[in-house]
Design a protein around this ligand. Structure first.
Ligand SMILES: Cc1cc2nc3c(=O)[nH]c(=O)nc-3n(C[C@H](O)[C@H](O)[C@H](O)COP(=O)(O)OP(=O)(O)OC[C@H]3O[C@@H](n4cnc5c(N)ncnc54)[C@H](O)[C@@H]3O)c2cc1C
Ligand SMILES: NC(=O)c1ccc[n+]([C@@H]2O[C@H](COP(=O)([O-])OP(=O)(O)OC[C@H]3O[C@@H](n4cnc5c(N)ncnc54)[C@H](O)[C@@H]3O)[C@@H](O)[C@H]2O)c1
Length: 465
């Protein structure tokens, strides 16, 4: 049985742990391969953040004609060359994944890469099934960075009818005329924007009464209205059955007005993700998981087994790449410096939804502030009320801030509209570094007439004590 100083399971954020400081460590990396091609490098690079945002940018360009008429410009989207779009994106990504694999396999003499699924078969003992057989390895330290996978609901007929998830939808051979998307969270909202901008008719199915229901109430209500203007949005629905007939997938639903059927050439399931703790058989390794299957970690990212760390989607409540990367840096430090460990900082975790419009958020939503009994005031600022908003003729975007009225400290910030993620960044900075709203608004210049004036005005609108 080969024994290592360190075994890392998963090459998403886990891959980033190793640098030259580990050159004299004997390390094994275990990776089963992700996506349709069994790629190296995890979700974000191959089937997540990066390709989706490359499609989103293309979609934004493709939807530019929609903004023309109100500015007195008539534009036309004449042709969408789907295969060219797809192949440009994966023509860039696939070689990066292959290069990452090659680097570890060929250029890291201290690293052994096992290409197969690893399952714990004892405490600090992993059995890996590779194409050349099964091998059991042990190590002083393990990092479990095995991420998650799309959750697929149990609906009669779904398996035989066939479906896509975010792992496969971006590699379609042809654009469908109609696409059904099940799930109104991040992935549903982003792919609805991507495909509708490329000319596909999108039907979006949700169980609750709004789209992006975890967002601040004002954001999700406004977004739900805007979604219904662009897509066939069906809320408060339950799926009862799926069938495939005559080249179409037919989804049977129960809703407020009884039963109904929607159809489309393709069906995308976007109903959340499940952690891969079952795939690694965390339990057999003595590693405690919670009721959602997430590996339990403390502030140092340690699991219930001494010498076993976990990071990213398999353990974090925030399924976001910047969080996985932060946790990876914490684990890296703690492996290298066991006598002076550092803690993960999850105080102000931002996120963005790259849909149409874009959304970005950090800190408390108003409903969370109410539930926690926090003392807070709010301020709203429409894009329509700033000079750059006039230039864009924006009528729907806004920023909403929550702050402590006594200290002026920001509690939450939520933006919906053009460049929302970029506009949010200074507010994240203010929250991290404890800059109060008044100092932030009046302690610096704001470029005129640029979009961040949205933030300046929102800050000034806060009714502080
Ligand atoms: C469509 C989509 C879009 C996204 N967009 C964004 C975005 O814009 N911004 C953002 O911040 N986040 C985004 N995310 C989330 C982000 O991709 C994840 O939070 C992040 O990639 C998680 O990284 P990780 O290292 O925890 O896991 P992963 O990157 O998933 O890595 C886990 C690796 O472990 C391997 N593995 C699993 N089980 C085993 C096993 N038993 N043996 C061997 N190997 C195993 C897997 O093959 C995988 O390669 C998106 C996710 C999706 C699905
Ligand atoms: N821009 C980004 O940062 C980004 C983009 C994509 C994904 N992600 C990450 O990936 C995670 C997964 O994305 P997601 O959109 O799949 O999950 P999500 O949790 O955002 O949304 C899933 C939605 O599906 C609903 N749902 C569950 N079962 C359903 C069913 N049977 N029928 C209809 N709806 C159902 C849920 O109620 C929820 O609203 C996100 O939570 C996010 O952390 C991030």
């Amino acid at each position: 049985m080969r024994h290592f100083d360190l075994v890392i399971i998963g090459t998403g954020s886990g891959n980033g742990i190793l640098d030259e400081r580990f050159d004299d460590w004997n390390v094994a990396i275990v990776e089963k391969g992700i996506g349709p091609n069994g790629a190296y490098g995890g979700t974000c690079l191959n089937v997540g953040c990066i390709p989706t945002k490359m499609f989103v940018h293309t979609a934004d360009v493709a939807s530019a004609p929609d903004a023309g008429p109100k500015l007195g410009v008539e534009l036309e989207r004449r042709d969408v060359r789907w295969r060219e779009i797809r192949d440009r994106i994966f023509g860039r990504i696939d070689p990066i994944a292959a290069g990452g694999r090659r680097y570890r396999v060929e250029d890291n003499p201290n690293v052994t890469v096992y290409e197969g699924t690893g399952r714990f078969t004892g405490v600090k003992q992993l059995t890996v099934a590779t194409s050349s057989g099964t091998e059991t390895i042990t190590a002083d330290r393990f990092v479990v960075a095995a991420g998650g996978r799309p959750a697929v609901p149990d609906i009669p007929g779904l398996d035989s009818a066939g479906y896509h998830t975010s792992d496969t939808i971006m590699r379609l051979e042809e654009l469908p005329h109609r696409l059904i998307i099940m799930g109104t969270g991040f992935i549903g909202a982003e792919f609805a924007h991507v495909f509708s901008s490329l000319g596909v008719e999108v039907t979006l199915i949700g169980r609750s009464n709004c789209v992006l229901r975890s967002e601040d109430i004002d954001i999700s209500q406004r977004f739900t209205r805007l979604a219904a203007d662009q897509w066939d949005v069906r809320l408060n629905r339950r799926e009862t059955r799926v069938e495939r007939r005559g080249g179409l997938t037919r989804l049977h639903l129960d809703g407020p007005e009884g039963t109904e059927v929607v159809d489309g050439e393709q069906l995308l399931i976007a109903t959340g993700r499940v952690p891969n703790s079952d795939l690694v058989d965390a339990g057999a390794g003595g590693i405690a998981t919670d009721e959602n299957g997430k590996i339990e970690v403390d502030a140092l990212q340690r699991t219930s087994v001494e010498g076993v760390w976990a990071l990213g989607d398999i353990s974090s409540t925030h399924e976001l790449k910047h969080v996985a990367n932060h946790e990876e840096r914490v684990v890296q430090h703690n492996l290298l410096h066991p006598d002076s460990p550092v803690e993960t900082d999850h105080r102000f975790v931002p996120h963005a939804v790259f849909s149409g419009p874009q959304i970005a958020s950090v800190g408390m939503t108003e409903q969370e502030a109410q539930a926690r009994g926090a003392r807070y005031v709010t301020a709203m600022q429409d894009y329509a009320g700033i000079a750059y908003g006039w230039a864009m003729e924006d009528t729907t975007g806004f920023a909403k801030l929550l702050a402590d009225p006594a200290t002026g400290r920001l509690l939450g910030a939520h933006i919906m509209g053009p460049q929302a993620p970029t506009l949010l960044q200074p507010l994240i900075q203010a929250m991290h570094f404890g800059i109060d709203a008044r100092s932030m608004a009046r302690g610096q210049y704001w470029i005129h007439p640029a979009m961040p004036e949205l933030i300046e005005n929102a800050l000034l609108n806060l009714p502080l004590d």
